[in-house]
Design a protein around this ligand. Structure first.
Ligand SMILES: NC(=O)c1ccc[n+]([C@@H]2O[C@H](COP(=O)([O-])OP(=O)(O)OC[C@H]3O[C@@H](n4cnc5c(N)ncnc54)[C@H](O)[C@@H]3O)[C@@H](O)[C@H]2O)c1
Length: 314
């Protein structure tokens, strides 16, 4: 397949482009800017007409749309909302105009609204049926993007549309100490549970997400506009996640008994059921032996029974 990957220079895009290339596809990388030495088409995808001209020239069979302002509160709220929603609409229109037959779009688990102090999950684990409820522009933009994908799926039944919610993405170099999206290392997120608590201890290796994208693209069919959670099979936590979750998010207390000690708070069972995709990597398989040994040694307050640290502000 000829596959346009937007946001191909980003944390997730690099792994997705590489995996699709390794699988034998012709990858057409598009981003606002590339690192020196990296090749791709430079474009501002909020420019609808320029995007259509570019995609028509590239003539893709499929489009994977990852480009976005990807970090909540990293720009003014109005900017995040308008850029992310306008860009997704422009990319979907251009993909259809260019004749693509498959379009997959990145959403986010944050659509569930767990950053809000009044959040009540209703049940655990969280999955695609959990109610959405954004309280910031990033999450709201992703709800609008999921609805945009669904609208295009109804309008263009000959094109296969879908969306996915990758958990907190860890790119390959981040396992050996490069800073993750929020600036901390993986080891710091494991040693200080208040850091990973903000994202409900969710995470996923970028190469596992890339495998999901490849599997989705190669599938014969998926439910029109369907959304999939794409996460690791465990939590980014050393201590049992049920106790951590109840501590940092007291509203989850009535539901945490449904979580096994190492369970993920987000279930990817739908992707396994519909597509046969399963995550293959965990912090337990990817961290260096010396880092794992450091985590095993007696250390923080959670292990000696004294109170856990207070909830992080993010
Ligand atoms: N990283 C995560 O933990 C995570 C979690 C959930 C969802 N997501 C979503 O996955 C996608 C990829 O995330 P990421 O971590 O790789 O982000 P990233 O910031 O590393 O990459 C996003 C890319 O989009 C590009 N971009 C932004 N605006 C653009 C524009 N107007 N025109 C062209 N390109 C533009 C940026 O240059 C960047 O390379 C995003 O949609 C993000 O919201 C990421």
């Amino acid at each position: 397949m000829r596959i346009v990957v937007t946001g191909a220079a980003g944390r997730l895009g690099r792994s997705v482009a590489q995996a699709l290339r390794d699988a034998g596809h012709a990858v057409l990388s598009v981003d606002r800017a590339f690192a020196p030495g990296d090749e791709g088409e430079t474009a501002d995808l909020t420019d609808r007409d320029a995007t259509e001209i570019l995609f028509t020239r590239l003539a893709p069979d499929a489009v994977v749309h990852l480009a976005a302002i990807a970090v909540p509160f990293s720009a003014p709220e109005h900017t995040i909302f308008t850029v992310n929603t306008a860009m997704a609409h422009s990319v979907l229109e251009a993909a259809v105009a260019a004749g693509a037959s498959r379009v997959l779009v990145a959403s986010s688990p944050t659509v569930l609204g767990y950053g809000s102090p009044t959040w009540d999950p209703g049940r655990l684990p969280l999955d695609e049926r959990s109610p959405r409820g954004a309280s910031n522009s990033y999450a709201l933009s992703k709800i609008c993007i999921e609805e945009t994908v669904a609208a295009f799926a109804r309008r263009e039944p000959s094109v296969r549309f879908g969306a996915f919610r990758p958990c907190y993405v860890i790119s390959p170099e981040e396992w050996s100490g490069a800073p993750t999206q929020q600036g901390h290392t993986v080891l710091e997120r494991l040693e200080r549970p208040e850091l990973a608590a903000v994202s409900l201890f969710n995470y996923v290796d970028a190469r596992d997400v890339a495998a999901f994208v490849g599997t989705w693209l190669e599938a014969d069919r998926t439910p029109p506009g369907a959304v999939y959670v794409v996460g690791a099979a465990d939590s980014l936590a050393v201590e049992p996640v049920a106790a951590l979750l109840a501590h940092f998010h007291p509203g989850t207390t009535p539901y945490v008994s449904a979580l096994d000690a190492d369970a993920p708070v987000f279930s990817s069972a739908a992707a396994a059921r519909d597509l046969g995709w399963r995550p293959t990597r965990s912090w337990r398989t990817e961290l260096a032996p010396e880092d794992l040994a450091r985590l095993e040694s007696p250390r923080g307050p959670a292990l000696d029974g004294s109170p856990l640290p207070q909830k992080a502000v993010s």
